[in-house]
Write a protein that binds this ligand. Structure first.
Ligand SMILES: NC(=O)c1ccc[n+]([C@@H]2O[C@H](COP(=O)([O-])OP(=O)(O)OC[C@H]3O[C@@H](n4cnc5c(N)ncnc54)[C@H](OP(=O)(O)O)[C@@H]3O)[C@@H](O)[C@H]2O)c1
Length: 329
């Protein structure tokens, strides 16, 4: 039975361009047969100019999913401000995106672990672009490790970026928006194991759970100021940043796809479309939501009997016969 799961994996659709925003084009050909029923649409879902006149602030906007969300928001008319530690990467991304969309993208160096730097970044954001309409807490750090190998410093680094960094950004921008009496949509990018927890990524799981609690709490408390808060929990999407630290040998990718009922990884463009929708006025009444975006991975992992998909028709005939023969309860 153990080999049967792999049957799905051997009939991939062949290599194809994986996503278009990364610095390096990634290819993958591990998709399961059923992925042909779930084609990722790469084009913008929202009408052109949906974010015309709006300002979006995206942490970690220079790479991966943050870059994808920035590119889409910019193409829909937003003026974007992206912030993270590596200013060269941010500047490259900003230039690349604004040359494609014709809309300004500003790059600001910021380590979200440092509250003073966050404060200065928010001042800079307001100075160059104005108070934001969209705030995306996307920056994160993570790596796989047996928990007993973690030093206090490793724990602090991850939780400082993910939980404290999100808090500093949210508090500082929130205070400024409340003062200016301006509404905005906040979005946090967490992960499917923020709810379930997961071994080997314990600082990340703990911090992301905190980020979800923070966003749900503020959805309740700050609605009165015109601020709404939502969360996306992505399943695996192949970005260089995530996969180099979470699947450094490339061994786990096949396993990941095998447990995703849609038979493939997610794409940056799909995530960007969902994020743009949640931050747009089309989603004005969506507040305090945590949206799982994972091709069914979490449902598959958590269902006790889901491994039975490996049972063949012949084996089911035998099993059915045995069950029918059972007498009594
Ligand atoms: N890709 C996936 O499969 C996946 C799945 C679930 C959740 N996610 C979440 O999606 C988000 C984006 O991840 P990704 O896959 O796009 O990986 P990524 O490219 O590595 O993105 C992480 C970003 O965070 C920034 N960052 C890290 N430390 C920072 C700090 N101290 N201050 C400010 N910025 C910092 C990085 O920029 P600098 O290095 O320049 O600081 C980088 O741009 C993360 O929240 C991640 O947890 C991803």
């Amino acid at each position: 039975m153990a080999t049967l799961g792999r049957v799905f994996l051997t009939r991939g659709l062949g290599p194809r361009r994986f996503f278009s925003y990364g610095t390096k084009i990634l290819y993958q050909n591990l998709e399961a047969f059923q992925s042909k029923f779930f084609p990722p649409l790469q084009k913008p879902m929202l009408p052109p100019n949906s974010f015309q006149g709006k300002v979006a602030f995206i942490t970690g906007g220079g790479t991966g999913l943050g870059k994808g969300m920035t590119a889409l928001l910019s193409s829909l008319g937003a003026q974007c401000v992206i912030a993270s530690r590596k200013i060269d990467v941010l500047k490259d991304t900003a230039e690349q995106i604004s040359s494609q969309t014709g809309n300004k993208v500003h790059a600001v160096r910021c380590d979200v672990r440092d509250p003073e730097m966050v404060q200065n970044t928010v001042s800079e954001l307001i100075k160059v672009a104005g108070h934001p309409d969209v705030v995306i807490n996307n920056a994160a750090g993570n790596f796989i490790s047996p928990t007993e190998r973690l030093s206090p410093n490793a724990w602090k680094t991850i939780t400082d970026i993910v939980l404290n960094g999100t808090a500093y950004v949210t508090l500082e921008i929130g205070k400024q928006l409340i003062k200016a009496q301006k509404g905005a949509a906040f979005l946090a990018i967490t992960t499917i194991y923020a709810e379930s927890g997961s071994g080997f990524v314990v600082p990340s799981a703990s911090a992301k759970a905190g980020v979800e609690a923070m966003n749900k709490s503020l959805a309740a408390e700050w609605g009165r100021y015109g601020l709404r808060f939502n969360v996306i929990q992505p399943g695996p999407i192949k970005t260089k940043g995530a996969f180099s630290r979470l699947d450094p040998t490339g061994e786990f990718e096949k396993e990941m796809i095998d447990r995703i009922p849609c038979g493939r990884l997610g794409t940056t463009e799909e995530l960007a479309n969902l994020a743009a929708f949640l931050c747009s006025d089309y989603a004005s009444w969506i507040n305090g939501a945590v949206i799982r975006f994972d091709g069914g991975e979490e449902a598959f992992i958590s269902g006790e009997f889901n491994s039975l998909r490996k049972v063949t028709k012949e084996q089911w005939d035998t099993i059915e016969g045995l069950i029918r023969k059972t007498k009594g309860s």
